[in-house]
Design a binder for this molecule. Sequence first.
Ligand SMILES: [Mn+2]
Length: 320
Amino acid sequence: MSDILHGDGAIRRPTLHGSSIENTYAGVLSFMRRNYTRDLNGVDVAISGVPLDLATTFRSGARLGPSAVRAASVQIAELHPYPWGFDPFETLAVADYGDCWFDAHNPLTIKPAIVEHARTILRSGAKMLTFGGDHFITYPLLIAHAEKYGKPLSLIHFDAHCDTWPDDHPESLNHGTMFYKAVKEGLIDPKTSVQVGIRTWNDDFLGINVLDAAWVHENGPRAARERILEIVGERPAYLTFDIDCLDPAFAPGTGTPVAGGLSSAQALAIVRGLEAVNLVGADVVEVAPAYDQSEITALAAAHLACDLLCLWRQRKVAGK
Ligand SMILES: [Mn+2]
């Protein structure tokens, strides 16, 4: 910990590593006060936002998700994350890359712009932790990750919705059909993929394993963790967390809330136990701050993201 630098570590910290003394609520905003930079040299994980909400089916507003999650994240940047007890940034070089640019008024250009954004980051060797935006963004992110890490990937998908509703329109912007397309295009392998927290009906889950919300409530986080590890094994896995996996009591600030979801404690207990997963990329999506109360949704998203970074830190320490 530097005792020289005070304030604005997001733009003044001379290294990607460690933390500096700050009033974390002050200064230029970045995720957990990480260096805000487009220089990917030496970066293990690049944080970025994709502020898209043109693919929503109900309430829009997730375009403001990335900035809300960054704002909430400073609250957990003061102390070592619990229960880990270490500063993940001493080991893991994490930069806030800023947000993906796309032309919101030319819808057909949006998907390619997100793919290109991801390619640029992945080409550097950095992994991506991305904030939505609505859940559509995971589709172009999967395209880029499958190019980089080989297809099909395994998907670990937390959500109230399966998002495998049929959609054979290649250009559609729809946040409920991405994983239908991902399965059909061979980007993800349904047999080694799993959906957690589901509580909306679909006649066809396309062979993806489902641990629905009732299953998690009945069996608990430990069983969920074990089942996920069994399904995914050592395969390269992409983790996507739609914040509406959480019950609206824990995450009201989202576009399509569904009652009966996971508590933040259940979700964190599951995610924290996924150290054995070969995680090649992750996103946290669908935070829509206009419907939030006291930042609880954005804060839950920030906590989940911080724990994902801790998983990567653990794997780096273990030489994986
Ligand atoms: Mn959802």
